[in-house]
Design a binder for this molecule. Structure first.
Ligand SMILES: Nc1ncnc2c1ncn2[C@@H]1O[C@H](COP(=O)(O)OP(=O)(O)OP(=O)(O)O)[C@@H](O)[C@H]1O
Length: 598
C-alpha cells in the first residue's frame, strides 16, 4: 500500500508509536526535560526586564546596591540552569537516538525477513528497502523535531505572545506576521523535497551499485583483472551527474524561496522594533522592558529561524524518505504459517505448473507436470536458462507458481496459498554463501541449537580438517577480513554441501553446487551424496551428465518445459536431446584427455 496523501502530521501520528516503543521511559524523560528547558529559556526575558529596571532604579538610588546585585544574580542563576538543561537535553537526544535507531533497524530487518524470495526479484521492492533504511532515521528525526516543537518551541511562542501582548497587542500580530512567510516556505520546501526523493531513490540505488562494483570486496579480483575500473567509473560519474543535477535544480528553487521569505521576515522585524520604540517613547513601557524585549527579539528570531530553516527545513527535506519507511513497513507480506514438517510419503506432485519472473514477458517454467516418488533421486539437466534452478526454487517453496500446484503431503504451493516454512527440506545453491563464521558455525547455522555430527558431514564431503588446513579445527574462523583463514573455491563448495546435508531433511536439492570441483571429484561427491541420501528424496541439478547417471531418473528441460525423462540407459536409447548432449560431453572429455597426453 503506497502512502501518498499523508502530510507531516499524519505521518507523525503513524510513526510516533514506533519511536516511543524504541525507548519509552527515555522518550517521556526527554520531553519533560525539554519542557523545563523551554520555561527556563523564556525565564531570561522577565529576569532581564527586572535586572534592567532594578539597575536603573539603583542608579537613581531608588533601590539598594544589594537589590541590584540580587537582580544580576537572578539572571546568572537562570542562565546557569539553562546551560545545565541544555546539556541534559543534548545527552538525552543522543542516548535516545542510538536506542531507537537499533530498534527501528531490527523492525526493518524483521519486515524484510517476512518478504518472500520472489519479492527480491522485483527491482521496486529493492528500491523500497534501500529507501526505507534512509527513512527510518528520518522518521526518528521527524518525531523528535515535532515533539521538540510541542514541548519547546510552541510553549516558547506562547510565552512570548503573552509577554508581548501585555506590552502592546500589536507586537503579537507582527510576530505572527514574521512567522507566516516562514511557514509557507517550509510547506513548499517539503513538497519539492518529497518529489525529489521519489525521483532520485532509484538513481541513488544505481549509484550504490556502481560504487559497489568499484570498491566492493567481492568484485575486486574480477574488476582488477578485466581492468573495468574506468568503465564503472564512467557509469558512476554519469549517474552522479544526473543525481546531482536533479538535486541542484531543487536546491536552487528552495534557496530562492528562502531568500524571499527572509526579506519578508526582516521587514516584520523592523516593524516590531518601530512599535517598541514608539511604545517606550510614549511612556507605556519601561526602559527595562524595552531592553528585555530587544534582547528577546534576537532570541525569538532565532527560534523562528530554527523552526523554519532548521527543524522544518530538515523535516521537509527528509519527509520523502519517511514516507518510504512507512511504505516499506506497510508492504503487504504473504501470510506466513509457522514451520511445518512435510510428509513426503506420497512423493511430490507437480501439476500444470507455470511461472514467470516479475517484469519479464516469457514463462521461465511452462506448464510442467511431474511426479517425484518418495526417496527417489532425480537429476535435472538442460542447457543454460532451461528453467532448472527456477523449478528447484518452486519445489523449495521460495517462489509460488502463478498457475498450477505443487503438492507435498498436506501442503500445497500455489498462487495465494499461505507461505509455509518447511522444517525437513534442505538445499545447496549454485550461489551458496560463504559466512564469515567458524567452520562449525558454517555447517550448523540452520540448526545452531542441536549438535549433530558436524565432523561426519565434513568427512562425507572429504574436506580436510587437519590442523595444517584448519589451524583451530572446527573453531577456525573462515574470513580474512576478521582475522581468520580463507578456503579454496572447491573447499567452500564442500563446506556448503556439508551444511546442506547437516540440516535434518527428507527432501534435499543440490542446485549445481559442484561447479568449482573437478569432474572426477564431483562424481565422487555425487556418489557419496547418493549413499547418504538413500532414504531421502533428492533432486540434483547438474551440467555434467556423467554425474546425472547416478540418479534413478533424469529429467531433461528446455525452454521451461520437460522434453525428456527416463533413466540414463533409456534416454541414450531414445537418441534424443539427452543422448546428443551426453555424446558431445564425452567427445569433449576425450579431446581434453588426448590434449593432455600430447
Ligand atoms: N531473477 C530473474 N528475473 C528474471 N528472469 C530470470 C531470473 N532468473 C532467471 N530468469 C530467467 O528464467 C529462465 C530460467 O532460468 P533458470 O535460472 O531457472 O535456468 P537454469 O536452467 O537454471 O540455467 P543455468 O543452467 O544457467 O543455471 C531464464 O530465461 C532466465 O533468464
Amino acid at each position: 500500500m503506497k502512502i501518498r496523501k499523508d502530510n507531516i502530521f499524519t505521518i507523525f501520528i503513524k510513526v510516533l508509536p514506533d519511536i516511543f516503543r524504541g525507548a519509552p521511559v527515555h522518550f517521556v524523560y526527554m520531553n519533560v526535560v525539554a519542557l523545563v528547558y523551554s520555561v527556563l529559556w523564556f525565564a531570561i526575558v522577565p529576569a532581564n526586564n527586572y535586572m534592567f529596571d532594578t539597575l536603573i532604579k539603583a542608579i537613581d538610588k531608588q533601590v539598594s546596591v544589594n537589590d541590584a546585585i540580587v537582580s544580576i544574580l537572578i539572571v546568572f542563576v537562570v542562565l546557569t540552569t539553562q546551560h545545565i538543561f541544555n546539556g541534559l537535553n543534548a545527552y538525552n537526544n543522543m542516548y535516545q537516538y542510538f536506542k531507537v535507531r537499533g530498534f527501528l533497524h531490527r523492525r526493518i530487518h524483521k519486515k524484510i525477513d517476512q518478504l518472500t524470495a520472489i519479492d527480491f526479484e522485483n527491482p521496486n521492492v529493492l528500491t523500497d528497502i534501500n529507501k526505507s533504511m534512509n527513512g527510518c532515521e528520518n522518521a526518528m528525526l521527524l518525531v523528535n523535531i515535532i515533539m521538540n516543537m510541542l514541548v519547546f518551541y510552541i510553549p516558547q511562542l506562547l510565552f512570548y505572545s503573552i509577554y508581548f501582548y501585555s506590552l502592546n497587542p500589536y507586537l503579537v500580530l507582527l510576530v505572527f506576521l514574521i512567522f507566516i512567510p516562514q511557514a509557507i516556505s517550509s510547506i513548499l520546501q517539503s513538497k519539492y523535497h518529497v518529489n525529489l526523493e521519489q525521483e532520485i531513490a532509484p538513481i541513488r540505488r544505481e549509484l550504490d551499485n556502481y560504487d559497489n562494483c568499484i570498491v566492493g570486496h567481492s568484485f575486486l579480483k574480477e574488476t582488477r583483472l578485466l581492468r573495468v575500473y574506468g568503465y564503472f567509473m564512467k557509469l558512476y560519474k554519469n549517474t552522479q551527474f544526473i543525481l546531482n543535477h536533479k538535486s541542484y535544480k531543487v536546491e536552487k528553487k528552495v534557496a530562492l524561496l528562502r531568500l524571499y521569505m527572509a526579506l519578508m521576515t526582516m521587514a516584520g522585524y523592523i516593524g516590531v522594533l518601530y512599535i517598541l520604540l514608539y511604545t517606550m517613547l510614549n511612556g507605556s513601557i519601561s526602559i527595562g522592558s524595552f531592553g528585555a524585549v530587544f534582547i528577546s527579539l534576537t532570541s525569538l528570531l532565532s527560534i523562528i529561524k530554527e523552526i523554519t530553516f532548521g527543524s522544518f527545513s530538515t523535516l521537509s527535506k527528509n519527509f520523502g524518505t519517511v514516507l518510504n519507511y512507512m511504505n516499506h513497513m506497510n508492504t503487504k507480506v504473504t501470510e506466513k504459517i509457522s514451520e511445518q514438517e512435510i510428509d513426503f510419503s506420497k512423493g511430490i506432485d507437480i501439476r500444470n505448473v507455470s511461472f514467470q519472473y516479475p517484469n519479464t514477458n516469457t514463462l521461465a517454467i511452462d506448464n510442467i507436470n511431474l511426479h517425484i516418488r518418495n526417496k527417489e533421486t532425480i537429476a535435472i539437466v538442460g542447457e543454460n536458462g532451461a528453467g532448472k534452478s527456477t523449478l528447484a526454487r518452486l519445489l523449495l517453496g521460495l517462489y509460488q507458481p502463478q498457475r498450477g500446484t505443487i503438492i507435498m503431503g498436506s501442503v500445497q504451493n500455489k498462487a495465494d496459498y499461505p507461505y509455509i516454512s518447511k522444517k525437513n527440506i534442505s538445499a545447496v545453491f549454485q550461489k551458496y554463501q560463504r559466512y564469515a563464521l567458524t567452520v562449525e558455525e558454517n555447517i550448523r547455522i540452520s540448526d545452531i541449537k542441536n549438535n549433530y555430527e558436524v565432523l561426519r558431514q565434513l568427512q562425507n564431503v572429504e574436506l580436510d580438517t587437519s590442523s595444517k588446513k584448519l589451524p583451530e579445527g572446527l573453531q577456525t574462523l573462515l574470513s580474512r577480513e576478521f582475522g581468520g583463514i580463507d578456503l579454496s573455491g572447491g573447499q567452500w563448495q564442500r563446506l556448503a554441501i556439508a551444511r546442506g546435508l547437516y540440516r535434518i531433511h527428507d527432501l534435499i536439492i543440490l542446485d549445481e553446487p559442484t561447479a568449482a570441483i573437478d569432474p572426477l571429484e564431483e562424481t565422487k561427491i555425487f556418489k557419496m551424496f547418493n549413499d547418504v541420501s538413500k532414504d531421502k528424496t533428492a533432486v540434483i541439478i547438474t551440467h555434467r551428465l556423467g554425474s546425472a547417471k547416478i540418479a534413478d531418473r533424469i529429467i531433461v528441460m528446455e525452454g521451461g518445459r520437460i522434453v525428456e525423462e527416463g533413466t540414463h540407459d533409456t534416454l541414450m536409447e531414445q537418441k534424443g536431446k539427452y543422448a546428443y548432449m551426453f555424446n558431445e560431453q564425452v567427445k569433449w572429455y576425450e579431446h581434453e584427455v588426448q590434449y593432455e597426453k600430447n
